[in-house]
Design a protein around this ligand. Structure first.
Ligand code: SAM
Length: 275
């Protein structure tokens, strides 16, 4: 079942999509019945799914605000950017540094359609359809080349995307590709499903693999290894709500001034810098 949009993009409303299920968990409206069905399985069987989604989004916006306010980096490549939601990367970055440039990348056709309408707000933002497992396609894309100057430091954002890349697809190799193409002083943000070595993690991985054929919960060590060769900044790779909770307040943040639930331990965040 496919819906063809005005720009010729085909959206399959008959099969769940990672982007739309995530949108549903964040309370968005860009999803179909088939996505809500999967989202409801997560909510019923994994009642922390919503907390994981919000904890992830909150850490992402804190990290972007940190990069915008504490470094000279004004260029962002957001890989697996997702559907537009509250406080997207360019809004956070441009709020602090208006000349910031952002290239959003996603494989989901709906992200492209909604993204072009909502994320390409100005001539400093672009949304491109590409597969992060084919980094050459992203790097050489004309919109990337038009917006990003790879002779200057870049922030490469891997927010809740590398856990959708299976081991045999070499997620570490994807990160290395970008490390090799950006100059020293560049930043890498990663958030990732975090293995708790507990039934919740195993169950969550099984649901994702059954639904999408992908979804890996990795340990802190495995996630840190994806950043091999980079300097991982304080406080390291940690549960997302504990990643610099108090530095910047965002609409998503509760400051983590309480005991974390078991679920909130299941998403990790980290920021690294190329020396
Ligand atoms: N980065 C956003 C965030 O952290 O809030 C969205 C994360 S969402 C869980 C994962 C996104 O990655 C979805 O929009 C999905 O379409 C996209 N995605 C999954 N596999 C991809 C691939 N191989 N290439 C590009 N995008 C992909």
């Amino acid at each position: 079942m496919g819906t063809v949009t005005s720009d010729g993009t085909t959206i399959d409303a008959g099969r769940p999509s990672i982007a739309r299920v995530y949108d549903y968990l964040l309370g968005g409206k860009d999803n179909y019945a088939v996505d809500r069905e999967v989202g409801d399985v997560f909510k019923r069987d994994l009642p922390g799914s919503v907390a994981i989604a919000f904890a992830n989004r909150s850490a992402l916006t804190r990290a972007i605000a940190e990069i915008a306010t504490t470094t000279d980096v004004t260029q962002f490549v957001d890989l697996g950017s997702g559907l537009p939601t509250a406080d997207n990367v360019h809004q956070v970055a441009q709020r602090h540094v208006p000349e910031s440039r952002v290239v959003y990348v996603d494989i989901d056709p709906q992200v492209l359609v909604h993204g072009r309408a909502l994320l390409e707000e100005n001539d400093r933002t672009r949304v491109i359809a590409a597969d992060v497992r084919d980094p050459d396609a992203v790097y050489h894309h004309p919109d990337t080349r038009a917006l990003i100057d790879f002779d200057r430091p870049v922030a490469v954002v891997f927010s809740a995307i590398l856990h959708h890349v299976n081991d045999e697809e070499d997620p570490g190799g994807i990160v290395r590709y970008w490390i090799d193409r950006v100059p020293s002083g560049s930043y890498f943000f990663v958030s990732h499903f975090r293995s708790g070595d507990n039934p919740e993690t195993a169950e969550a991985e099984a649901v994702l693999q059954q639904t999408f054929g992908r979804g890996r919960w990795r340990t802190d060590e495995e996630i840190a290894r994806l950043l091999d060769g980079l300097e991982i900044l304080d406080p390291g790779v940690v549960p997302a709500p504990l990643w610099r909770p108090a530095t910047v307040d965002t609409p998503w943040s509760d400051g983590a001034k309480r005991e974390l639930t078991v679920w909130e331990h299941l998403i990790a965040a980290g920021l690294a810098r190329k020396r």
